[in-house]
Design a protein around this ligand. Sequence first.
Ligand code: ADP
Ligand code: MG
Length: 680
Amino acid sequence: MPPGPGWLSLSDPVSRIPGVGGALAVRLAQAGLATVADFLLALPFRYEDRRRYSTIAELAWGTPATLLVRFGGVRSFRMRRGTLRIEAVADDGTGALRVVWHNRYPSFAQALQSGRTAAIYGAPVAGARGEMRIENPETELFEEGEESDPLHSGRVVPIYHRAADVASRRWRTLVRRVLDALSPEFAAASARPEDILRALEDVHFPEEPEAGARARRILVEEELLVMAARIERKRARLHERPGIRLVADSELSRAARDALPFPLTGAQKRAVREIAADLGSGKAMARLLQGDVGSGKTVVAALALLLAARNRTQAALMAPTEVLAEQHAATLVRLLSGAGVRLALLTGRVRGSPRRSLLAALSAGEIDVLVGTHALVESPVRFRKLALVVVDEQHRFGVAHRSRLFRKGASPHVLVMTATPIPRSLAWAIYGELDVSILDEKPPGRSPVSTGVREEASRERIYRFAAERVAAGERVYVVVPAIDEGDRDVAATSETAARVAALAPGIRIGVLHGRLPPPERERVLRDFAAGRVGILVSTTVVEVGVDVPEATFMVVENAESFGLAQLHQLRGRVGRSSRRSWCALVVGRSATEEARQRLRVLEKTSDGFVIAEKDLETRGPGDLLGTRQSGIAAMRVADPIRDLSRLGEARRAANDRLSRGETIASDLFGYSSAPKSEGS
Ligand code: ADP
Ligand code: MG
């Protein structure tokens, strides 16, 4: 069938684009562009105004310009690795200047020699003798007659990131073909089909550069709107679930006060009030408790558990590891057994007849609060009346796990807790279906962890200090970057352990990495907690929730390879008591000055939110814990940093429209708000 309007649809594979053969289709798919929609949403990163080319005569120092030139005097010089430095003289009739390209292949020199015209884009700089020249311009060599082709010349031209090894003119030609052959039907799903069709045309081939920017804004708006609608619908569904009404009376408040060895912080009080309101509402709670490391989330959770127990229902606390589960169980027994709450711990280590009698007691309602790993809610564990599930360090469980939890038949109240500080707007994009309580205040009496960026040269001193800490009855963590290649993790940790052993003789050193089988891992951690191991050399597996109050010193090797937010999490393993604590961020010799500067943020602040913002600025959201699994990663045209501020707006708009009963749909961004077609 000949190409023409209506011939291509968004979901077609790229191989259906006229001119895309099998080999190219494979390369495109490898570059993440499998469908026509993928291809179209790979937007130009800039435009070049070729309605009128600049001339060599009017070039200004340092100002980028697009020239239409012919090349002469092409010379090439061999560089390392078989590439060439190529020089040529560009002439456009108004003047001539030298152009230099580095790292090119001989075929490029041949093409230049062919006498074809070219559009080049670059800024003139001074050559060795002060003459004007252009270095490494973007160069489009035109085929015969192409210099007057209205697709590439005499117009505002889109410039794309090079992908799948396709030259820019070919890419442009393919985009034009797709736009010409595309069935406009997909736009019908949108509330403003004309705008969307227009924007898609304009974002690639605008009449003027501003029209391109405008078109991009429209597409971003559309994407944010459908993303917001998706979140809001999910949220509405979660909040429609009926929940067991748990009431807090004055007797309960008294029990709570009695249970706590300290007064709650203002933030904790606020969170407890918000949670109590949810639990008493008759609808099921779906709430996120976000609080920096050490902000005291466990106590807040304990009070929620107490509330459930007092209402003669059952509750569960789920932790990502056995060590954490045991730790929580110990804390909760301390806090709640005085109030008559019956607690039990269920992990993989509880087997045989103890396990059987525990399960029997649970189903008979003789256990009020069950603490354990995720097996709690997955296995054939039967509660008599489960009303509340608390999930600690929830990012460890992943989004899929979270969904499964909410779908549990009895629709329990759910409280998820995370220590990952995320700016509010991003938090919404990631956890938007949840209500959020934030603990933005630390318990009193904690002095910040003294943190210093250190060079490898000071290692000896650092480990001498580590030995002193251990001698004083304290504990030391040494963290090395995980390399994610199993065996090399093992090598990295044992290499470091050997070095530490040499520098801190006579101290028992434990080693922890992802390759250790879980029971072994738990054993090492228990030895460390009990003081049988003084220094723990570990990959980032200690990042989450491990609470050894005696640990006062953390050394991070090759600190430059971590994100700030992650280092902040790691640092949260020390400073967990009233003892003074320290953190040494050791940078590798090859670390850049920029990397050192970035790390100094941690010397100055211990505010997780400030640190997360910095991380977001310098490294992007992919590095913030938890974002990789969220809708953020799926954003096509919106930029999660630049467009962050517009998320709130999109959310209001989506809410308005959904509450008026409108559907919000977009085939372009693969989404419909109609309940039937929505995944979770
Ligand atoms: P996280 O939010 O990192 O899970 P935890 O709940 O483990 O923090 O609390 C960290 C430490 O602070 C615990 O030892 C806890 O007993 C203590 N703590 C929590 N709340 C308070 C408070 N209001 N006053 C004093 N200490 C507190
Ligand atoms: Mg915790």
